[in-house]
Design a binder for this molecule. Structure first.
Ligand SMILES: C[S@@+](CC[C@H](N)C(=O)[O-])C[C@H]1O[C@@H](n2cnc3c(N)ncnc32)[C@H](O)[C@@H]1O
Length: 237
């Protein structure tokens, strides 16, 4: 299938060159995030059965996909970055996990060929798309899910008061520097400057209009949000 000339070209996304940094990314995430806590939070909501299959989009180094594979039949784990996929493949081999299929693809290009999915997870990846294309990505995800299927979407999403953005951003960046050093603080500045994080009210609107009911929103630091959703039959524009 040819890609239309007007379609957003996903590999052009602003931000880090993930291909070149898989190992460093993996190490930094263990340092800066509660990786196991985040995995448990998503797995608790998915409540997977051994016969179920899920998809993760923007899997990165595959930490969530590999953990989820122990609780279900199959995990399709998709990413644009060949370097991230290679690294995730190595980890799957080292951990003896054979039911994760690591596949090249993006939010706008991955085509799911198997049965409708029981769950879709995406973490810290959707902000790589501008808002219109986030909406298209969410509609595509709803289309790949079985009725009643679940969506877990975690991302850098803003819920601070934009009228106070200067103080908020200065504070969050200086706290990041104190806690995790100048390199991490710089990655936050670069994220705010160049990437497409949107506001919580917009994200909630896009999720609902794509045909999901939001069961729970967990926001943290005015800067991150996790949306735990189920597919409904309603779409509205
Ligand atoms: C910040 S990392 C997050 C990785 C992992 N989900 C995590 O939580 O650590 C973002 C990942 O999204 C991938 N990515 C960027 N744009 C994408 C797109 N349009 N479709 C799918 N993956 C994308 C990148 O290659 C990268 O591996």
């Amino acid at each position: 299938m040819t890609t239309p000339v007007w379609q957003y070209h996903e590999p052009d996304h602003p931000g880090a060159d993930f291909d070149a940094m898989a190992e460093i990314y993996d190490r930094n995430m263990q340092k800066y995030r509660d990786v196991q806590g985040e995995i448990d939070e998503v797995l608790n909501f998915l409540d997977l059965r051994p016969d179920q299959s899920i998809l993760e989009i923007g899997t990165g180094t595959g930490e969530f996909a590999l953990a989820a594979a122990r609780h279900c039949h199959k995990v399709y784990a998709v990413d644009l970055s060949a370097g991230m996929l290679r690294y995730a493949e190595k980890k799957a081999g080292a951990r003896g996990i054979a039911n994760v299929e690591l596949l090249p693809g993006g939010f706008l290009t991955y085509r799911h060929e198997g049965e409708p999915l029981d769950g879709i997870v995406s973490q810290i990846a959707l902000h790589h798309l501008p808002d219109f294309w986030k909406q298209i990505a969410l509609l595509r995800m709803a289309g790949m899910l079985a009725e009643g299927g679940k969506l877990c979407l975690r991302d850098v999403v803003y819920s601070f008061d934009p009228a106070e953005h200067e103080k908020f951003l200065d504070d969050i960046i200086s706290k990041a520097a104190e806690k995790a050093g100048p390199q991490f603080a710089n990655s936050i500045s670069e994220h705010v400057k160049k990437e497409y994080s949107t506001m919580d009210w917009i994200m909630r609107g896009m999720i609902e209009r794509a045909g999901f009911e939001i069961q729970q929103v967990k926001k943290s630091h005015g800067f991150f949000a996790l949306y735990l959703c189920t597919k409904t039959s309603k779409k509205e524009f």
